[in-house]
Design a protein around this ligand. Sequence first.
Ligand code: GLU
Length: 512
Amino acid sequence: MNPVRVRFAPSPTGALHIGGVRTALYNYLLAKKTGGTFILRIEDTDQTRYVPGAEEYIMEALQWCGILPAEGPGIGGDYGPYRQSERKDMYGQYAQQLVDNAYAYYAFDTAEELSAIRAEYESRKEIFRYDSSTRTSLKNSLTLSEDEVKQRLESGVPYTIRIKIPKDEEISFDDLVRGRVTFSSNEVDDKIMLKGDGMPTYHLANIVDDHFMKISHVIRGEEWLSSTPHHVYLYRFLGWEDSMPQFAHLPLILKPTGKGKLGKRDGAKFGFPVFPLSWKGASEEDSFEGFREFGFDPEAVLNFLAFLGWNPGTEQEIFSLDELAEAFSIERIGKSGAKFDYEKAKWYNQQYLMAKTGQELAETVKPLLANKGYQAEDTYLAKVCELLKERIGLLPEILEQGYYFFEAVKAYDEKTIRKRWQPERVTLFNQLADQIRDTQPYISAELENTIKSFINNSGLKFGEVLPILRIAISGTMQGPSVFDMIEVLGQREVDSRLRTAYSSFDTIKSMN
Ligand code: GLU
């Protein structure tokens, strides 16, 4: 068996969709599982679709997720360069070889001529395809005389080179996900291999590179399935069929509801990210927030993505990257589309948050503090994170749900106060505040003792005291243990919050 060499081959045409990250991940997992090599190749031969910054985005996204290529642009490797624009001089000879062996031909039809033909077909409600049924009536080296062809080539008339797909054949390949896939060659068009500007198309460059980079498996999205017959023909025509990679076409990622593929605009529509990182496009419509900016942990994102189209065949859902690599197998990739489930993404994230220490979480929250105008000591922040981590799905929610750890309470839960606050108990509650203030050491367990024995001695019920304390220090009935909150907020802060709150409660109570 040849060593496993897999590649992720994005085109830098904009931000990398989360489906692309899943493709990269599956390639990475197979390489890691088999001791193989994961390669990044940038497919930038289409100059018209090139978007500045997209390549950097791809690299940063892979870095953020922690799926790092062993070979690629800026990384090196024995099969470089890994950017197709830097390899452009090597493709022409293979297009020529195809022509010389009668597997391809020169086509001289101009763009205007082709669009006129297309329009004519459309007017008859038909679709035009350049293929074995139409090429004999078009302007190419199969229909023009040898002299005419020669003359055109010599005079520098622009031309393309098209692959000559045989008529009436079956073309099959074994897909590791879908099994044997067969197309009729009559459905396969004569795609352009070399463009008028001398640049190869994706199809030619992709096959030449996969061949010379010794790629063993092509793992890519389902949208490339219909291009695969062309690719198989190319391997055959170039004499490389013996070492053709194995194909695995991944299932589509579907919208959470309704039909169809999860598109880049679905994020804005449904209110969740569909890109790993934020992207600033030319327009507002083309700018997106990423999983990173939403506050996702990259490991949780990978775990979630791994399950969009694959499953381990067991009940286990939480997998580290190493565990995923261990468990991964192409055989367990599904054929049918996988629905993108944002709630599940958050569930994964929450599992990862809970497994981290407050200190680890604080490192990630720290850069977000300034945006909100908050300041906090590292140890304080770590304690807050520890306290709230089980109550949130996304880390930035700590600063929203738990804002009262960083600034004064903005509003008290009026409904509860109206129901539970008895102004005549203020003396009692001030005595409780005194006892809380004087508790030594000022830690949760000790505070709990103080408060509970106060309640027992006062003849009040727990439900008449604890909610009052909770709302006085946080404004809300939701939150972690009140004793823990008191400890973290600290003696001075709690004391001042309690005293201010009681008079505010009187005001709330007196309003209707
Ligand atoms: N450049 C193609 C893309 O953008 C690569 C497809 C493939 O993996 O063959 O997805």
